[in-house]
Design a protein around this ligand. Structure first.
Ligand code: OSB
Ligand code: MG
Length: 381
């Protein structure tokens, strides 16, 4: 593989209407907000990526404004005119900047895409080539669907049925305090055999341990992030109280966090999101820890546009990703998306295919980018 030299990087704030708003314990948004990253190399390759910043600091602490500020003022200057021998160089180059994982991941991702394109390979194959032998991409990602908080159990059942009919074979429901045990019971009574899991997005405390233990009755695949977004210790204490496997999302921000969680017995399953951990280099380190420890692993989602979706599908196609991922088909999020072609669910086996093209394998449609950028400035002027 040959090196690339970074010539220019452009940040594009966008707003893209969601087909359906996803309500979580921290709220919901009408528009997908993101900052798209366009990176040009001296040999003419163009890498794309996406900073998954929200308008509000709900899931993570970053926002569109902090992402633009940190990206433009601090991260881009660290990359400009640099020659990159492998995209993992970026982690070292970003060392002077602490935190801001979403922003770092977004910018780093554009280097991965440009590097893959310049070397005429798929991003999924570049990931494989960056891992020890034996981690060849399977060419598909096994996926499920994440369903937001609805007003009633009946409404929730209707959406589950619709997604099930579309071919999704793993259902994740968002829960919050006061909307949990009855929901799980209602869904289990109506659909005893579906693969079901819950995501609490940090809404509980250890004082809720007995309450959460009631969820053990519903044969759940896992409960995701029940406790605080920065906690590891109390998750290990909760684990001793409940039988449902604990999956960590918000708390696992680095390979270091994952090692601590394993040591403390705080984690049964990892939800890995490149955006949360600061990029693909860190993600591949965590992927390897999962592989070495036989820790069940899946790739999470942040309602990404086609760009982030393509990256996530590439990562999810690696063989140590053992559980269905939160990466649904394009039509569940946007109509149209910013990229083509769309990701379409294969209903036979609940999968999305890795595109054949080089890099992320999808193309940004310039008119749609211009429109989404205009919309961002119209909505937030
Ligand atoms: O907690 O997994 C989460 C979306 C935004 C922020 C946090 C989460 C989610 C999802 C959606 O659950 C997953 C998807 O992209 O479909
Ligand atoms: Mg989650």
């Amino acid at each position: 593989m040959h090196p690339i030299t970074i010539q220019n990087i452009i940040l594009h704030p966008i707003a893209l209407p969601f087909v359906e708003v996803l309500y979580t314990s921290f709220g919901g948004e009408e528009f997908k907000s993101a900052i798209l990253v366009e990176l040009h190399t001296s040999d003419g390759a163009i890498g794309w990526s996406e900073i998954v910043a929200d308008v509000r600091p709900g899931y993570g602490s970053e926002t569109m404004t902090t992402a633009y500020h940190i990206g433009q003022e601090f991260l881009l200057p660290l990359l400009m005119n640099q020659t990159i021998t492998h995209p993992s160089d970026v982690l070292r180059l970003f060392k002077p900047v602490r935190g801001h994982h979403h922003t770092k991941a977004g910018v780093e991702g554009a280097v991965w895409d440009a590097f893959a394109k310049s070397n005429e390979m798929r991003l999924a194959d570049l990931f494989s080539a960056s891992l020890p032998e034996g981690h060849t991409s399977r060419g598909v990602a096994v996926v499920g669907v994440s369903i937001g908080i609805k007003p009633t159990i009946q409404d929730t059942l209707a959406v589950i049925q619709k997604r099930y009919d579309e071919g999704y074979r793993r259902i994740k429901l968002k829960i919050k305090r006061g909307w949990d045990v009855e929901l799980a019971r209602g869904v289990r009574d109506a659909m005893p055999h579906i693969t079901l899991m819950l995501d609490a997005n940090s809404d509980y405390t250890l004082a809720d341990a007995d309450h959460l233990a009631q969820l053990d009755a519903f044969n759940l695949l896992m409960i995701e992030q029940p406790l605080a977004d920065d906690d590891i210790l109390e998750h290990s204490q909760l684990q001793a109280h409940i039988k449902t496997p604990i999956c960590l999302d918000e708390s696992m921000k680095s390979a270091h966090d994952l090692r601590v969680a394993l040591k403390l017995g705080a984690i049964d399953i990892l939800n890995l999101k490149p955006a949360r951990v600061g990029g693909f280099t860190q993600s591949l380190m965590m992927y390897q820890i999962c592989a070495e420890n036989n820790l069940p692993l899946w790739i999470g989602g942040m309602l990404e546009t086609g760009i982030g979706r393509a990256q996530n599908v590439a990562l999810a196609s690696l063989p140590a990703v053992t559980l269905p991922c939160d990466i649904s088909a394009t039509n569940r999020y946007f109509d149209p998306d910013i990229t083509e072609p769309p990701f379409v669910l294969n209903a036979e086996n609940s999968t999305l295919a890795v595109p054949n093209g080089v890099g992320i394998g999808v193309d940004v449609i310039p008119e749609r980018l211009a429109e989404a950028k205009q919309r961002w400035f119209d909505v937030h002027k």
